[in-house]
Design a protein around this ligand. Structure first.
Ligand code: SF4
Length: 374
């Protein structure tokens, strides 16, 4: 699978620390550099039968339909693909007007991941999103009118402007709009963001963990009642609408990341990441050089990653794979550490898979880190 990072946004959301620029001055140069990178790295993926192509960002919907098509064409020059390839575009509600959707409907994009975040203006203003509540709802309806049924929306819970009542209304609206996939995250205060500054100077109150906890577990019960499968801590899907791209990440499949700050993984022991600087990325590719650094993962790093990722999913960590892949000293230490958690019910073992029961998922990252090998 291939990930393409589009490093541009209209404006900076208050909570975001991703890599992007709000200046589009070098957009054409960036697209040329990305095409060059696709060409230079065309032999890196072992499997030439592409199952998923994902445009993330930043804001991929800031590009025109033709620009998106030209990037897809460039990828498909070097890879085979089945007719059911998943091609996802992350899109912001304010970009999904009729004109753009019309262009997109003639491309091979067949899945949209919409950055809705909330259907309430007060939440959206705090987040400094470029869209309002009316765009949030209208964009979903318009996308469906143009034939995009495979839709995911992002929703943020636990904002200081929200409440359990507002969160319930957000979820009700999502169901009414018949959205088949939801990615939902707690609002987190990242370093060097506007949100962090507003909280530090008292303009905004800190998100409350107990409120986030309540909203998270309300969402789990509510979405289950509406036939969603909770297949990863932050992801819920109706039958047939799991994200193929994300599921492949969580099953340690190799992937290629194109564009500034994009990460790649060889499916085994090497991870690389591109420089998170648009100008330097363009300059490197202009000289036919890749802008990436590579790290070889030690067995302990690989082990920790399998635990971290696996324990966030509904299928858990495959103990047979761990057994086959790692040496006894790592496994012995691990066995000692999981016994108490199994006894306490914080972990369960089912069909030779280790899992966190759903009622403890809110604490999953902490539970996983207790099992890390150092
Ligand atoms: S649109 Fe997405 S990537 Fe861009 S600033 Fe907002 S959250 Fe960050």
């Amino acid at each position: 699978m291939i990930y393409i990072h589009i490093p541009f946004c209209k404006q900076k959301c208050s909570y975001c620390n991703f890599h992007f620029s709000t200046s589009l001055n070098f957009k054409d140069e960036m697209l040329s550099a990305m095409k060059k990178e696709i060409f230079l790295r065309k032999d890196e993926l072992q499997n030439k039968n592409l199952k998923s192509l994902y445009f993330g960002g930043g804001t991929p919907s800031i590009l025109s339909g033709d620009e998106i098509k030209s990037l897809i064409d460039e990828v498909l020059k070097y890879y085979d693909f089945n007719s059911d390839i998943e091609i996802t575009l992350e899109a912001n509600p304010d970009d999904l007007d009729k004109n753009f959707l019309k262009q997109l409907s003639t491309s091979s994009v067949n899945r949209l991941s919409i950055g809705t975040q909330s259907f309430f203006d007060e939440d959206l203003r705090l987040m400094n999103r470029a869209h309002n509540a009316s765009d949030a709802e209208g964009s979903i309806k318009r996308a469906q009118d143009f034939g995009f049924e495979n839709l995911s929306i992002d929703l943020i819970y636990g904002s200081p402007t929200s409440s359990l009542e507002i969160w319930k209304q957000n979820l009700n609206k999502t169901i009414a709009l018949e959205v088949p996939h939801i990615s939902s995250y707690a609002l987190t205060v990242e370093p060097k963001t506007a949100l962090e500054k507003w909280i530090a100077n008292g303009k905004v109150s800190n998100p409350k963990e107990e409120e986030q906890n309540r909203e998270f577990y309300y969402m789990i019960d509510f979405l289950k009642d509406h036939e969603f499968e909770h297949y990863e801590i932050s992801n819920f899907a109706k039958k047939g609408f799991h994200s193929r791209h994300n599921s492949a990440y969580w099953k340690y499949t190799e992937y290629l990341g194109i564009g500034p700050s994009a990460h790649s993984y060889n499916g085994f022991d090497a991870r690389s990441w591109n420089i998170a600087n648009n100008q330097q990325y363009i300059r490197k590719l202009d000289s036919n050089l890749l802008a990436k650094e590579t790290e070889i993962l030690s067995p302990k790093d690989q082990f920790n990653e399998m635990i971290m990722i696996g324990l966030r999913t509904t299928w858990g960590v495959d103990l047979e794979s761990l057994q086959n892949k790692f040496k006894e000293d790592i496994l012995d230490q691990f066995q000692k550490e999981i016994q108490q958690k199994l006894a306490d019910g914080i972990l369960i073992e089912e069909n030779n898979h280790l899992k966190i029961p759903e009622k403890h998922w809110f604490m999953a990252d902490g539970i996983a880190s207790d099992l890390f090998q150092v």
